[in-house]
Design a protein around this ligand. Structure first.
Ligand SMILES: CSCCC(=O)C(=O)COP(=O)(O)O
Ligand SMILES: [Zn+2]
Length: 260
């Protein structure tokens, strides 16, 4: 296995690339990625340069640099690419409309692109949250296929999740939330094929856990991706604490009141 630099070819193009990341609007992706990452850092999601997030607006994808302190990023650090301009179906060769000097694009880029191309997501967040990692370690203790999926039900915060891309409404209190787990690989970009397999196996999932590493969470837009990532982190923490108390993640609770 080589390093990312000799595995992924990066091509540059664009007339006025800085126009793509210059805006007074705090909700512009080039402003939003740094401000979101600064918030995520306070939650322990993107410490030590790990983790990050990417935003897609129509055809344009905004990506952070690799190996930088994500909470200190500036809009001028952001890469931009056009999804339509990508001709390599494996996305190993990528054409950037804007590329800041001195950096490489995030190693998470092909995983973010999988969420955009395969799910039509508008935002994808990758965290190295302790709670996500601990859940994968607890699952690792289980035998067989049960170690490959996190399942929880009958917890109010499950309502923070959509039913699936293209489906309306959110999960209900009694629904079971299932998040597949893939094994970690030495290089982040090598996770892509396993993330894509998990997406196929769990067509309604909005997240994939990576064993001993973290989690990828996406949504139609920034608001939904952030809501789902926060809900998931809450559930992961709860699950770890439930396990410490000997409480099961799946429970049989008799529904009360009218079922809608
Ligand atoms: C200590 S971070 C190792 C790489 C990683 O897992 C990650 O999420 C960050 O990758 P990037 O290329 O965006 O710095
Ligand atoms: Zn990572």
């Amino acid at each position: 296995m080589g390093s990312q630099s000799n595995r992924t070819k990066v091509v540059m193009s664009a007339d006025k690339p800085d126009d793509l990341i210059t805006s007074d609007n705090p909700d512009h992706p080039a402003n939003l990625i740094p401000s979101l990452c600064a918030k995520f850092w306070t939650l322990g999601w993107v410490t030590g340069t790990g983790g990050g997030c990417s935003i897609r607006e129509d055809d344009l994808v905004y990506i952070a640099p690799s190996g930088v302190q994500k909470e200190l990023m500036k809009p001028t650090d952001i890469y931009v690419l056009s999804l339509a301009a990508q001709t390599d179906p494996t996305l190993r060769q990528r054409t950037y409309l804007r590329s800041p000097p001195c950096y490489k694009p995030s190693q998470c880029t092909p995983l973010f692109l999988a969420a955009f191309t395969r799910r039509g997501a508008g935002c994808c967040i990758h965290t190295h949250s302790h709670w996500a990692v601990l859940v994968t370690l607890l699952l690792e203790q289980q035998q067989g296929d049960s170690s490959k999926v996190f399942e929880i039900n009958n917890i109010e915060q499950i309502k923070g999740f959509g039913r699936g891309m293209g489906k309306t409404g959110n999960l209900g209190y009694h629904d079971t939330l299932r998040i597949p787990v893939i094994e970690n690989t030495p290089h982040e970009e090598d996770l892509t094929e396993f993330l894509e397999e998990a997406m196929e196996q769990y067509p309604d999932t909005y997240a994939v856990l990576v064993r001993r590493h973290g989690v990828y969470v996406w949504g139609d837009n920034v608001h939904k991706a952030k809501t789902q990532c926060e809900s998931l982190d809450y559930l992961f923490q709860l699950a770890v604490e439930m396990k410490q108390l000997g409480l099961p993640w799946i429970s049989q609770v008799t529904p009360v009141g009218p079922q809608r």
